[in-house]
Design a protein around this ligand. Structure first.
Ligand code: ADP
Ligand code: MG
Length: 366
């Protein structure tokens, strides 16, 4: 087990900077997920921890020891990749045991350890097969086995489930979680899939454009997103956003005609804000209801357990998630009510969360 300390870590390729000073503390035994869109620098950061990529600036320490100049094999990290990177001509047993062979471990000891890992991953029946003769999930487990056998201090996962079909992905997700509970090894898992991130993480690190936007538990990130980016990236369907301007006694939505009552916020009159509300927080009411905003139904998506109602709010697409049965044929007028404690405010200029509720007295309901 090992802690990882990342201080002001930067990465440039030629003249292009792709990681802009990342700070992160990962505790011993913690399962941390790095979540962000494609190209935001997740793999680069992971590869810098592993030692597969030079660090352009800052320091990375594992267990308090700066590893910037250490070779990958000296860092005690094992990495599991998206494409598994198995040797096609070797059997499962040879693939799993390969690093021990390279390290000069005797054959009998190697066999013993391969057997032990195969037992943990339920691969015992497959040890003589070649990767070609395995399913995607089995190959993934072999890749895990190859990482485990080295008894690393740190597991690094780079989108290891992205090549699996949806059902298998869910299954492997819980297997990885169970394995972590058993081994309790520090793990850093990279993904662009927010559901995968939410379900796996002890703590989540949301990245965007080479920067960390927010670090927190999945619950904290969902309920108090630190930025507009995090708010819309985490959660499906995405959080709705309405642009507005703070007025003396409420908020005028852009366009001017629609007004939404908000708590008497600590934001100066004239502040341009984005008001966020999650689809599951919106209440459907009869059109014309006082304090609600009227909208027109565009499309209803049945999910089985509920439905997503896509509406048009003065040209802004907006979604509502509900488990109720509603008459929501396309073209129908509906009223939308936003509970005031479910509203999130972000600066239109910077995208940063505007923390309006901490200093405020309770607001009467609309
Ligand atoms: P992610 O894993 O989040 O999708 P990456 O870390 O792979 O993102 O890439 C971050 C950025 O760095 C991207 O813009 C990518 O094009 C660039 N990049 C990655 N590897 C290299 C490389 N070897 N040379 C030049 N640019 C690279
Ligand atoms: Mg990547």
């Amino acid at each position: 087990m090992a802690s990882i300390t990342i201080r002001d870590v930067k990465k440039s390729y030629a003249k292009m900077q792709v990681v802009h000073g990342v700070n992160l503390d990962i505790g011993s035994g913690e399962f941390v997920v790095i979540l962000g869109p494609s190209g935001c620098g997740k793999s680069t950061l992971l590869r810098m921890i592993a030692g597969l990529e030079d660090i352009s600036g800052g320091t990375i320490a594992i267990d308090g020891i700066v590893v910037n100049r250490l070779e990958p094999r000296e860092r005690g990290c094992a990495m599991v990749f998206q494409n598994y990177a198995l040797y096609p001509h070797m059997s499962v047993a040879q693939n799993i045991g390969y690093s021990l062979k390279v390290a000069g471990v005797a054959a009998a000891e190697r066999t013993r350890r391969v057997q032990a890992v195969a037992r943990t991953l339920e691969l015992e029946q497959l040890l003589d097969r070649k990767p070609m003769a395995l399913s995607g999930g089995q190959r993934q487990r072999v890749a895990m086995g190859r990482a485990m056998i080295r008894e690393p201090k740190v597991f690094l996962f780079d989108e290891p489930l992205s090549n699996l079909d949806a059902k298998l992905r869910v299954q492997m997700r819980s297997e990885i979680r169970k394995l972590h509970r058993r081994l309790n090894a520090t793990s850093v898992f990279v993904t662009h899939d927010q559901v995968e991130a939410m379900t796996l993480a002890d703590r989540l690190v949301v990245m965007n454009g080479g920067r960390v936007e927010q670090v927190g538990t999945p619950g904290e990130i969902y309920s108090r997103p630190a930025s507009r980016f995090v708010a819309t990236f985490v959660g499906a369907p995405a959080m709705n956003m309405l642009e507005g301007t703070v007025e003396l006694d409420g908020l005028a939505l852009l366009g001017g005609s629609r007004r939404l009552a908000i708590p008497r916020v600590g934001m100066p009159v004239g502040t341009q804000v984005a008001v966020g509300v999650r689809p599951e927080a919106v209440r459907l009411v009869a059109p014309g209801t006082a304090g609600a905003l009227d909208a027109t139904v565009d499309l209803v998506e049945e999910l089985g357990a509920g439905r997503v109602i896509h509406v048009d709010l003065d040209g802004v697409p907006f979604s509502v998630m509900t488990s109720e049965t509603v008459n929501a044929e396309p073209g129908t007028a509906v009223g939308l009510r936003f509970p005031s404690d479910e509203l999130h405010f972000f600066s239109s200029q910077t995208g940063a969360r505007l923390d309006v509720f901490r200093t405020l007295a309770p607001v009467p309901a609309l």
